[in-house]
Design a protein around this ligand. Sequence first.
Ligand code: PHE
Length: 338
Amino acid sequence: MSTIDVQGVLQGLLQQVAASDTPREVLKAPEFKQMYGAIAILPAEERGAFGREVNQVKVTVEQAVEARENELESADVVALDVTAPWSVNGTKPQLLPTNQGTQHPLTKELDNVIDIFTRMGFDAIESRQIDDDHHMFGTLNFPEDHPARDGYDTFRTEEGFIPPAHTSTMQHRILKDGKAQLEAGGHIAAISYGRVFRNEDVDATHEHTFYQVEGVYVSKTANLGQMLGTLRSFFETYYGQTLRIKTQPAYFPFVEPGLEFAIEKPAAIGGKTGDWLEMLGCGMIHPNVLREAGIDPTQYRGFAWGGGVERLVMLKYGIEDLRHFEAGKLAFLRKFKS
Ligand code: PHE
């Protein structure tokens, strides 16, 4: 028989959890080490039963931690009256302690994505969060009143500005900025990343606010083979395994030909042969888009792609609902604590 009173320890731990503002810390309590240590020195025939009892303690404490975290999260937070007169000498509002903060999963994963592309030689720039019709449509070969404009469910401010519905709004700027480099014998290789906005109904796979990453590459000899190689290499690095890819034709006014790019769902996350997941839109940059930026389409050619970041991350971690990302729920965010 072990000398440890497991049920007594459990009660003690549960009390700590119930009283703590940082209940997850209790999972690191020395009692766990003691109990697990005790298993090894027990006579063989007692180990099984004792081990199961200790594991049960762990599970029970973990459940109590989750429950306590949810309770802390839903505890009433007194709303600040932002319209009240402000005084330098007034009492400061109670804020969450910064040591409980964690990086948002999208920030972390976006860093990862940017890192992969910059190591491939792409420059990275953040996209704008407010833009205009010219960059959203005009420079991207969407004729005035073209029905393809409706596909983007764009918001507009009263002044006519547009919170961009895709990161392709950055293509024209990337092309214009890169022109001199191109003409000096170099190439353009850049990604643009950031928040985009669409006026659509929100459900488990649609949000009004999400993130995209866009890529642009231009040289004298750019071709679809290079584009597919670049994309495959990105996805294989991101998911850490070799992948099968496929494309099918798609229409975007700013590329010709335009393609949808799919990967076979990685086996590591439960994928089977023939489980295709569409990841992004891509294609050869339309001559009109190059011309609009002052680049001669008879001399240079380019490819571009753009796709959502949340999909990548959801797939990697098995997250079932897109709405978690913008919900600000601490229980979700803390799962990505590193
Ligand atoms: N901007 C397109 C979208 O959001 C994706 C895309 C980008 C397609 C670049 C082709 C080239 O739907």
